[in-house]
Design a protein around this ligand. Structure first.
Ligand SMILES: NC(=O)c1ccc[n+]([C@@H]2O[C@H](COP(=O)([O-])OP(=O)(O)OC[C@H]3O[C@@H](n4cnc5c(N)ncnc54)[C@H](OP(=O)(O)O)[C@@H]3O)[C@@H](O)[C@H]2O)c1
Length: 331
């Protein structure tokens, strides 16, 4: 088996979590290795390399893209840079795992996918929730008809981040806003539960922060099948334990996914409320190991996309996010 040599682009919060998970994966098999890291700042990059035991560090992203001893890159910059850096990496011959959201809207994602297709390189949105065993268990219960036809889904993602116009979450230049950063999880959850079918009707309400990005959004998605989803997200609301569960009600049962975007358990109940199955799968490391495993297996096999998070999945979710903003009543 080939060892996939990973490079990390940017040295922020999520890059460190990814490095921890990558080193965990490297410790359990020869499938992956942390080969290089790049930052806009050479000193930051060197510090990150030292912390995570990575052989080479660069003071620009372009230098890492030019490194012939890197097979795959993980892009962990603010949202506004995802398209440009994904295209640059693919054109340099790298496989790409790019943080969510992979673009700021659906139309700007298309050139990335076209580049992956032309270059015959692997490209995947780092939608770690879809690679998570508990999330996958819940989706398999739906597919196996364990709750009958799904009728209703509720999922919220609230985070109380102090207002700072320069921060990644509030700065429009960096692609901030609750919908792009957090709302993508409830929407992806509903998209998966609906069998990857686009909703037939969307309505929404959005509240903007003073910088013009949304601080809160609430949307109602309706499918002709009779399935509806109530979804919301906010960057200035305190999430509480109860608000962090997604629940899916079907004709003959229901599913609860506590902390659905980072679930370590899934609960299946019958229509009488009795628990039929309580699947528990604590993370082996920090939860990012599953997306690394999925991407590395695909790259090793020569695949250009992952069946878990396909290019079509990313496009459709971005289209739904676009629609939520287009139809929104702004408060
Ligand atoms: N999957 C998840 O669970 C998860 C969780 C949080 C965030 N994310 C996603 O991961 C990405 C990064 O989020 P994060 O929380 O890691 O952000 P962060 O801590 O702010 O780090 C972002 C990094 O991007 C680089 N960068 C490049 N241009 C920048 C600019 N103009 N301003 C600020 N930083 C810039 C910086 O690294 P250098 O200075 O080293 O170049 C910075 O450290 C986002 O797309 C976000 O949606 C995913």
């Amino acid at each position: 088996m080939k060892t996939i040599r990973w490079g990390i682009i940017a040295t922020g919060n999520i890059a460190s979590k990814f490095a921890l998970a990558l080193n965990y994966e490297a410790s359990r098999s020869n499938s992956v290795r942390l080969a290089a890291v790049a930052s806009r700042d050479a000193a930051k990059s060197a510090r990150f390399a030292e912390q995570w035991g990575c052989a080479r560090s660069y003071g620009s992203y372009a230098e890492l893209f030019a490194d012939p001893e890197v097979d795959a890159v993980y892009i962990a910059t603010p949202n506004n840079l995802h398209v440009e850096l994904s295209i640059a990496a693919l054109k340099s011959g790298k496989a790409v795992l790019c943080e969510k959201p992979v673009s700021l809207d659906a139309s700007s994602l298309l050139p990335v996918i076209e580049t992956a297709r032309q270059e015959k390189r692997f490209y995947m949105e780092a939608m770690w929730m879809k690679c998570n065993p508990s999330f996958q268990k819940a989706m398999s219960w739906i597919q196996e008809g364990k709750i009958g036809a799904p009728r209703y889904l509720r999922a919220d993602f609230f985070l109380d981040s102090p207002f700072n116009p320069e921060s990644r979450l509030y700065n429009p230049v960096l692609g901030g806003g609750a919908l792009l950063d957090l709302g993508i999880y409830p929407v992806t959850c509903a998209h998966a539960a609906a069998g990857k079918i686009k909703p037939d009707a969307v309505s929404s309400i959005i509240k903007n922060a003073p910088t013009g990005v949304d601080s809160y959004n609430s949307s109602h998605l309706v499918w002709k099948s009779g399935f509806t989803a109530d979804l919301s997200s906010s960057i200035n609301l305190q999430g509480i334990k109860e608000s962090r569960s997604a629940f899916i009600i079907g004709e003959s049962g229901s599913i609860v996914l506590p902390y659905f975007w980072m679930a370590e358990e899934a609960i299946l109940t019958g229509s009488d409320g009795a628990v039929l199955e309580h699947a528990k799968k604590p993370f082996e490391c920090n939860g990012y190991e599953y997306e690394i495993r999925e991407a590395s297996l695909c790259i090793e096999s020569g695949a250009t996309e992952s069946p878990v998070q396909t290019w079509a999945d990313s496009i459709m979710v971005m289209e739904i996010l676009d629609q939520i903003r287009t139809v929104a009543a702004y408060e």
